[in-house]
Design a protein around this ligand. Structure first.
Ligand code: GTP
Ligand code: MG
Length: 261
């Protein structure tokens, strides 16, 4: 790894999501290349680790690339706190991490949710509202800027964690439930605009569509609508705790990440 230049800004992956989803557990496990995560505490600050994947992206998170002397692609994983009061800084990273901004080359966002918490009352609503803010920030980022050059697209992985728990919802159900909840949030946030009694001609439609997530005017939201803004959203189940005996583990997420850096 000594071959890489210190001045090169590394590609980075932002990990966000509600409190307790397992974000810190995931990055400590990847960092230690260990089958188990370290004990974690509620994060109050952003925590960045440097990871590496071999050049063709085929190495496992558990491979020690330093030891094998392989030429590696280094990248950063940014673990952010899920607490509602600490989300501003995370969202700001999404808007400032444009191609022109200085310190990061943001390549992808991993939005982690607790698949068992989603089965509880209010769980979907809590997971969807933060996701809404993140997707809207990414969408605005694609539309923002006065230059004709669009910033590089940032794909989103919804990492449906804790699949080892028997109460966990399957990924396909999490996808449809999040989409339904995002539709509801979109409707309620746009109420003021759509039912204000102002004639269509009077509304500044450019501003109005700015705050609308996905396909403007569509009835139901779907993740596929984000493709209009070059944003791909995948929902993939896994588990940080318990290894592959009790669930899909972290391998599919690692492959997804390795593919984006
Ligand atoms: P904040 O820092 O508050 O935003 O939370 P976080 O997303 O960083 O959560 P953290 O990594 O601290 O994990 C919360 C709890 O979930 C810990 O007790 C983890 O051990 C547990 N946990 C994480 N991943 C899994 C998993 O795959 N399965 C199970 N059963 N528990 C998990
Ligand atoms: Mg944490």
């Amino acid at each position: 790894l000594s071959r890489s230049t210190a001045y090169i800004t590394l590609p980075s992956i932002l990990v966000a999501g509600p409190p307790g989803a397992g974000k810190t557990a995931l990055i400590t496990r990847l960092e230690r290349r260990a089958p188990k995560p370290a004990t974690t505490y509620t994060s109050q600050t952003t925590n960045i680790v440097e990871l590496a994947v071999n050049e063709d992206g085929s190495s496992s998170y558990s491979d020690d690339l330093d030891a094998s002397g392989a030429v590696a692609k280094k990248f950063l994983v940014i673990d952010t706190p899920g607490h509602g009061k600490l989300r501003g800084a995370t969202l700001a990273r999404l808007t400032t991490a444009s191609s022109t901004a200085s310190d990061t080359k943001l390549r992808a966002v991993v939005y982690m949710v607790d698949s068992a918490a989603l089965a509880e009352d209010g769980g979907v609503a809590a997971a969807a509202s933060y996701l809404y803010d993140i997707l809207l920030a990414l969408q605005k980022r694609m539309g923002a800027g006065n230059s004709s050059k669009a910033p590089p697209a940032i794909p989103v992985l919804v990492a449906a964690n804790k699949a080892d728990l028997f109460t966990a919802l399957p990924a396909a159900l999490i996808k449809t439930q999040l989409e339904a909840e995002l539709s509801r949030i979109r409707t309620s946030r746009s109420k003021g605009l759509l039912s204000s009694g102002v004639g269509a001609d009077d509304v500044d439609s450019a501003n109005e569509s700015d705050d609308w997530l996905g396909e403007y005017g569509s009835k139901a939201f779907s993740f596929a609508q984000m493709r209009e803004f070059d944003i791909d959203v995948d929902v993939v189940a896994g588990n940080v705790v318990g290894g592959t005996d009790s669930g899909p583990g972290v391998d599919k997420w690692w492959r997804w990440i390795a593919d984006k850096v």
